[in-house]
Ligand binder design. Structure first.
Ligand code: PLP
Length: 355
């Protein structure tokens, strides 16, 4: 793959107001890019000024969606260091997604090196305020100019960076979730476990209809029986029932979230019983009826922990913990965000220092 060359921008942008970043609105001065050519492999890794891509209209990714992406964050630690959270996990997941999408693998350590090199160059873009971070978006697109269904023979691996605000400007707040009974997201054997744009394209219609009804996101049920709970929009989902925390097992149709994995590890460490298994929506409704549904929350890089205040299941409203953030959600949020920015001791060796 060779060394990463750096071409610096001659026209650095004005940095956005740190108190009004939102999510996904601003991009830094540089990007990482590397090409793949069949017979050569991945080559010419480079950092260049942030710029549009010039592409042939026949480029395969536009027509057949052969692409994958990742999402992770860099944090400015209190001591001034820059921390990444479990970046090797993200790069390992790139290869899981790549394998499903017939995209050639990328060396995990090299991928992390590329992230570190870019983040280090852009360190002045990492916001400092509580809850803010630099969102890192690695992605791969198929680039053969060709109309016909087959794997591409050329690709681009690109990393862009985006300073983001606190997901909850007023602290963590429970969300209202609509349980989707018309559309499905994924089935076993499909691409549900891969982080690929197609899964999101498939989800838009449901999201739009749920938002029209006043809900933040949807909770997906399994694509075959519409009985078992899968995940929420961009997050994995957890339920606390009668003292036990339950999250759907990874059986091929849901994304193996890194925040999910970190939450399970912390709960086990705290001695909270955790079960990874199938959980039906009837079981959740019954627990609610019996007063045993204590908490529910989503996990994902963007929001970290998102408490669920209520669920709408066929117009039955399941209110959880009086629509307040529960103690487990709060403790997980405080602990994970504390580890991410170096405020809480990292017992699990999850953080990686950039420089
Ligand atoms: C990215 C993603 C998640 C969360 O994964 P994290 O690694 O925790 O950020 C959950 N579900 C879907 C569909 C995703 O794309």
């Amino acid at each position: 793959m060779g060394n990463i060359t750096i071409e610096r921008s001659k026209t650095p942008k004005k940095k956005p107001d740190q108190n009004n970043l939102g999510f996904g609105n601003y991009f830094t001065d540089h990007m990482f890019i590397m090409d793949y050519t069949e017979g050569v492999g991945w080559h010419d890794p480079r950092i260049i000024p942030y710029q549009p891509l010039m592409m042939d209209p026949a480029t395969m990714v536009f027509h057949y969606g052969q692409a994958i992406f990742e999402g992770l964050k860099a944090y400015k630690a209190q001591n001034g260091g820059i921390l990444l959270f479990r970046p090797h996990r993200n790069m390992a997941r790139v290869n899981i997604s790549n394998d499903r999408l017939c995209i050639p693998p990328i060396d995990v350590d090299f991928g992390v090196e590329a992230i570190k090199t870019l983040v280090s160059l852009e360190k002045d873009w990492i916001p400092q305020a509580e809850g803010t971070s630099l969102y890192i978006r690695p992605f791969i697109i198929s680039t053969d100019p060709y109309l016909g269904v087959r794997p591409s023979r050329t690709y681009k691996f690109i990393i862009i960076l985006c300073p983001v605000g606190a997901y909850y400007p007023e602290g963590i707040n429970p969300v209202k979730i609509y349980i989707e009974n018309k559309y499905v997201r994924a089935v076993k054997g499909g691409i549900g476990f891969a982080k690929t744009p197609g899964n999101y394209a498939a989800s838009l219609k449901s999201q739009v209809e749920a938002q029209e009804k006043g809900y933040t996101q949807v909770l997906w049920l399994d694509g075959v029986e519409r009985k078992y709970v899968e995940e929420v929009g961009t997050m994995n989902v957890f339920f606390k029932i009668d003292g036990k925390v339950i999250t759907p097992s990874l059986e091929g149709s849901i994304l193996a979230g890194i925040t999910r994995d970190s939450s399970i590890a912390l709960l086990k460490h705290w001695g909270v019983p955790v079960e990874e298994r199938r959980i039906s929506i009837e079981e959740i409704y019954q627990a609610h009826q019996e007063g045993k549904l204590e908490e529910a929350f989503g996990t994902g890089t963007a929001a970290v922990i998102s408490p669920i205040g209520s669920l709408n299941w066929n117009d039955n409203i399941i209110a959880i913990n009086n629509e307040q953030t529960g103690p487990i959600s709060k403790r997980l949020y405080d602990t994970i965000t504390g580890i991410q920015c170096g405020k809480i001791e990292d017992l699990f060796g999850w953080t990686v220092l950039v420089d």
